[in-house]
Ligand binder design. Sequence first.
Ligand code: ADP
Ligand code: ZN
Length: 665
Amino acid sequence: MSDQQKISPSSNNQGSGSRKPRFNFNLYWIYALIAIIFIGMQLYSSFRSSIKEINKNEFIAMMRELDVQTITIVNNEYAEITILPDRLSKEKYASVREKSLGGENPGPHFRYNIGSPQLFDTEIKDLWSEYPETRNVEIRNETRKNLFGDLLGWLIPIGLMVLVWIFIMRRMSGGGFGGQIFNIGKSKAKLFDKDTHVLVTFDNVAGLDEAKVELKEIVDFLKSPKKYTDLGAKIPKGALLVGSPGTGKTLLAKAIAGEAKVPFFSLSGSDFVEMFVGVGASRVRDLFRQAKEKAPAIIFIDEIDAIGRARGRSVAQGANDERENTLNQLLTEMDGFEANTGVIILAATNRADILDKALLRPGRFDRQIYIDLPDLVGRKAIFKVHMKPLTRLDQSVDVELLAKQTPGFSGADIANVCNEAALIAARKNKQSISREDFNDAIDRVIGGLEKKSKVIAPKEKRTIAYHEAGHATVSWLLEHASPLVKVTIIPRGQSLGAAWYLPEERQITTSEQLIDEICAALGGRAAEQLEFGKVSTGALSDLEKVTKQAYAMITVYGLNERIGNLSYYDSTGQSDYAITKPYSEKTAEIIDEEVKKLIEACYQRSLQVLADNKGKLDKLAARLLEREILYREDLVEIFGERPWPNSDHPETLTEDKPSSATLPE
Ligand code: ADP
Ligand code: ZN
């Protein structure tokens, strides 16, 4: 998650300093032009047809009566006929005698479509032989250039092409007209500077102390560079923030800008990428030029993997030269400026392993700052930061407990929980936010909204109850599986039922733990098999999880005896295993065999555990059907306390990593 909008209220007027006022080119001008052209065409053709058209009989009659003065054949297409002035007084010419605007009409008076010149020739010759006097009528040939029409013939296709082109440009660069065309090679970075205060400081970032120490040094350099340069020290040009989404990388970068009070250019890696060749590289150049003008400054590139992916890897998917050019330009720019120019580049990614090695060389992003998902202490601190704006908190809210209930949550998830809790309380028209609101919010963030209205047939409900009870029973009775916190058969989001566990926070997982977890995941299907003698499709996500886990145990973690201490994982991301497997066909067969064996063994074990405790399983399922939500206490009542210490009480949850987070109070 990299949402600058959320952090800075001033982001609406970002960019005000980075762009020159644009030439105000309006689409309406084009509409107006088109309208004028069409109206012109209309007028022109009506002008042409204002000369009355006559048919063959009328023409022959005119000739026979010797009314015609001249015939002008235009472009071999039609003839314009002028009547003798003295004959105009005839009754039948009344309609053409005068011009439409008044005054005598000197002609031409009529228009006659000749069909083809040959046809007209024979017509005239016939007339001549029949009425010899008609030979005196003057016949002229004329070629007229229809300037306007010709021009239109050119203009319309060109105009259409221009319109289409403009439309495509607008589509690709999103919003804004005209300016986008002229600015396509300009960097899209948003600038935050004195005028657009960045209000985030390190106080807004909870935990992450090690990262903060490193970054404070950068702030210090930007504030007083002399201190460092006097000693001949070179400050790193860039730092790479590596961590899962939502762990606060963007927030940290903002905090640096807020603390150092220097201009802050923020953009995402994908902002460089455009369909046109050379645009990315030119945007990089423009970005660095702007930053150098404003130095000291910070450039923050979010999701740098969009351009920094290792080069020459994507051949199979069609090489992306444009991306490589952009990356090369970035590398060149980073080499190009001296370490002391005062421009520091921060970049964020959640996949440092796939980045091009050249980016990580000394002199570029030589500092890598790892940002983990927050641990217990970190989560507590983040809860405190995000609870601050919630003014009316109930006494019942226990930050410590909330932090324990949310293992694996990122900072963004926690921010979301706090906001969601306030929304839930408001929806219930409550005066303050209580513990239940937070619990509901956590459930909701994990599993989506409860769908109480979803109608489920009683028979299906029984299946779901046994399925969930199976998960709960197996995980409760196996030592290394995560103990249950809560189980429900209320449909929620995509799922029909769910069980919440309290996983131990651990850095290393043993194979017993993995196997017990597979058993617990299979517990749902095993319970269905045991009770109904048949299985349903409801175990899809369980099976998916189990299959992935089993393959990982064997091919990644080296936990299988037959395969041995091998890992086919490639942390560099350089090879594409989707296409070529790093092992032989024979090994592939063994892997498949072993995976099958492992999962089957786990399934039998789950079945055994459930069969041994069938009475308790029935009781649990019945209670689940009746109450829909069950908690730890209900399981204790049915099964008794778990005999293994340290894993079933949330209170005794142990954290392996010492952390010295200072809690902002
Ligand atoms: P990332 O860039 O790592 O994906 P963000 O920096 O965009 O994540 O984090 C998203 C939101 O999560 C932030 O706006 C903030 O509200 C919250 N958050 C994440 N980590 C922390 C933290 N350590 N302290 C306080 N809030 C945090
Ligand atoms: Zn299940």
